[in-house]
Design a protein around this ligand. Sequence first.
Ligand SMILES: [Zn+2]
Length: 112
Amino acid sequence: MKRKSRTTLRNKADKLFSLAIRNRDDHCLACGSAFRLQCAHIVSRRYGATRWSMDNAVCLCARCHLKYTHDPLGWEEWVDDRFGKGRLVQLKLRARQGVAKVDLAAVVESLK
Ligand SMILES: [Zn+2]
């Protein structure tokens, strides 16, 4: 039961986060397209500490998202070009530092 409600909260946080990123950026930051927009994490969303950080995601179209998913080094280069080298360094540090347990209810609340 507890496990399920945590999964539900995480899905909700993901949905709200994706919406917030797409609303903020409004178009694909790589190619400019406004078609099939998605939320793309800069540092993989597998790291809970930065999974819902607004500075760890950008809006990409499905095509660019897929392209960079299969080219992680090209992705890092794009991020460096776009935001400067500091962004990725900082995000990686925060991601690796981690958090014991993400307060999902607080994340959902902050994204509403
Ligand atoms: Zn694109």
